[in-house]
Design a protein around this ligand. Structure first.
Ligand SMILES: [Zn+2]
Length: 404
């Protein structure tokens, strides 16, 4: 792979051994659409390792053996890339970048990232905004990145909005991040300007510890994407921008509650297709989040979707589901759930309030892995606002997926 940067334009050329089909770090298959993308609103004099890691978040799935950058990287960066991926990086020659003192939040506006933001009221935000690609047709025109960007602006936090078309480098499964970490590409390029030493993401316990999302549903202490000792954790640390997961120890029930109780509640928006005046209420994400919110608020489900809707079909199939722990939580707590489109899923679980109570507390090892400068704040917040898990609850986390 050969990579060049010019005025925020990233161009990459595949070597003979590279392929346009690859796998993201969560093993999900991805296919390349085009070999360039733009990241605007970024400085052109960032540390070379920052350009390198930002590029790597886009080109990693397609790169097999080596990567050649257009400016020398540090030996520390090259080592981290080799240790994590077995890929040779060069040329080598720069001094490593020292970590800065600031933690920024990679802010999407969803409940998880709002909860992460609530823990650090002074942290600036970096918001990734999707824009069209000049050469790739937009097959997802209902995506309202403009609405999300405007809501981010209304938070009153110091905000850097980075516009990028990098999601269109992906042909399949759809426009999206080649690696989950590509959402951070703009933050990485701004790391010198913002004096970043850490970047906080809204990944919660399901994504960090339970193998949720696109990958296996089992306890994942060595999660390659988000563990500090995983390959991405070490690569980010090598460029002085530590991955920080302020809500990595709590479930989406907790992040939902924290977000709706926070001063940013008015700007929370997880729906990607809803208009300026509110969420669409009918997309898969709206439905899933409504399940969580109704459970947290202990009220009946409020959705226009009925059991006959195509969206309901998924809930007639046996698990595993993405976010399965939250499905169990919802089934156990929502009054009248047996009269909703989730009725079919009740057959697969024996969830009770007691069996799901661990989802209301914080898993302590998640706090221990927050880098020292920001750990105490998260620990005191979680202790006061959420409560730490008991030994028995910790056991539930650490046996997740092993008993079905
Ligand atoms: Zn929606």
């Amino acid at each position: 792979m050969r990579v060049t940067w010019a005025d925020g334009l990233l161009t990459f050329r595949l070597d003979l051994e590279d392929q346009i089909t690859g796998k993201a770090s969560d093993e999900y298959p991805v296919k390349l659409a085009t070999n360039s993308c733009t990241i605007t609103d970024v400085p052109d004099d960032a540390h070379p390792d920052l350009f390198a890691v930002a590029a790597w978040t886009v080109v990693a799935p397609w790169t097999r053996k080596r990567i050649t950058f257009d400016r020398a990287v540090s030996a520390r960066f090259a080592q981290a890339l080799h240790d994590g991926w077995g890929v040779e990086a060069g040329p080598v020659g720069a001094e490593p970048r020292a970590a800065g003192g600031t933690l920024a939040i990679s802010y999407s506006g969803g409940a998880d990232s709002v909860a992460a933001a609530a823990i650090y009221p002074d942290a600036p935000f970096v918001h990734f905004r999707r824009v069209p690609h000049p050469r790739v047709p937009n097959r997802w025109p209902h995506y309202r990145s403009d609405v999300l960007a405007r809501l981010a602006q209304q938070t009153g936090r110091p905000l850097t909005t980075v516009r990028s078309d990098l999601e269109y480098t992906l042909a399949e499964p759809r426009p999206g991040y080649p690696e989950h970490h590509a959402v951070a590409a703009g933050a990485l390029l701004n790391a010198d300007r913002l004096d970043l030493g850490g970047l906080g993401f809204g990944y919660e316990i399901g994504s960090r510890w339970l193998g949720g999302g696109r990958y296996l549903h089992r306890y994942t202490p060595d999660n390659p994407m988000w563990a500090p000792h995983g390959k991405w954790g070490r690569l980010f640390a090598a460029v002085g921008v530590h991955i920080v997961l302020p809500v990595g120890g709590v479930s989406e029930a907790v992040t939902m509650r924290l977000a709706l109780e926070s001063e940013l509640a008015g700007q929370v928006r997880w729906c990607l297709s809803g208009a300026a005046d509110g969420p669409c209420r009918t997309c898969a994400k709206c439905l899933y989040k409504e399940l969580i919110q109704a459970a947290v608020e202990r009220r009946p489900l409020d959705t226009p979707l009925t059991a006959g809707h195509p969206r309901a079909r998924k809930w007639l199939c046996p698990p595993p589901y993405g976010g399965q722990e939250m499905v169990e939580y919802g089934l156990a707590r929502i009054p009248g759930i047996e009269r909703t489109l989730f009725a079919g899923a009740l057959d697969y679980f024996d969830a009770t309030e007691e069996s799901t109570s661990w989802l209301e507390h914080c898993y302590p090892p998640a706090l221990a892995e927050i880098p020292e400068p920001w750990r105490e704040r998260a620990t005191s917040f979680m202790t006061a606002e959420v409560g730490l898990m008991t030994e028995k609850e910790i056991h539930r986390v650490e046996t997740w997926g092993s008993t079905g």
